[in-house]
Design a protein around this ligand. Sequence first.
Ligand code: UD1
Length: 363
Amino acid sequence: MKIISVIGARPQFVKAGPLSKALRRAGHHEVIVHTGQHYDAAMSDQIFADLEIPAPDYNLDVRSGSHGAQTGKMLAALEAVFQDEQPDLVIVFGDTNTTIAAALAAAKLHQKVLHIEAGLRSFNRTMPEEVNRVLTDHCADLLFAPTDTAVENLAREGLAHRTYRVGDIMVDSLMDRLEIARERSDILERIGVEEGTYYLLTLHRPYNVDDPQRLGAMLDALGRLGSPVVFPAHPRTRAVLEQHHIAVPDTVHLLEPQGFLDFVRLEHGATKILTDSGGVQKEAYILGKPCLTLRPETEWVETVEAGWNVLADPEADGFADLVASFQPEGPQPDLFGRDVAEEMVRCIERVMDAPHIACADAR
Ligand code: UD1
């Protein structure tokens, strides 16, 4: 089969890594298209290198812009690539502007679309990602849902007949790279923190970072936690910090965005993880790290129900106590599966000729 994988933003590189390997192992012809939504070396090239993803066949170099301008540029450029390549299947990942642009371009050309990480919902339409997810799911022919909740969400929207429960591809990315990260990464020595003594922080959601007052107040609260906080800052966050001269407390180690191996090493060595990223919540769960999600809602409700993730607001009273006291107990249910990439390839091969069969648990 000729399959186009469309990626453009950091979390998509992480998801595409293991699937690309599995598709090629199975003898499929994969064409990688990078939209260029993320373009800094640390956000893109280093992640490709760390996950051993082949160089993209196309780089559309779209870069930043307003949502409409960025998505529109991608739509036009992707349409031209899809027309030239005439793939059997277009694969899109997650919920970024790259995802909706690719799904829409392919659907308009009557090319088959597979959405990986389908069915996630925050039920918060002010998030650009929520709009992207809902529309992508409704454009796509095949929906690979990572969790039972995602399967239920899709069924509620009348999409059960296109849905397959195949596990979460990020398990493979993490499990494949964890040992290598522990062996090769010297990030802890380089930044001078010791294993098991620090919190790891990521923040990039517009809701948290675009308002300088909120960002400043959050950092203030995070600086008063009593333990070092390691903070690899997304370019969006860094730009607000610099533009508004927001003071970063001494206990917060502000870093550049990290490559995948260094970031996994930081996750593995942290006592707890504080984040507004969807992917990082999942990685925390898989690594058995308590996670505090700095958002009013999460798409990964199973991790909260299992007791390993809690929603928290740094501006709320009692935040420091919550961070200090949050300690999950008991076993962790297997929420996300294992060897997911191979399972996905088998599922693609099985259903491509008969895509509209009833919702199946492919595991
Ligand atoms: C995007 C995704 C989000 C995902 C996140 C992960 C959308 C709507 N959002 O958010 O779902 O969780 O990526 O990182 O697609 N920038 C750089 N260098 C880069 C990339 C971005 O400086 O390599 C700057 C841009 O100038 C822009 C800002 O970061 O101002 C935001 O980038 P953008 O791609 O619009 O969205 P993200 O916030 O990264």
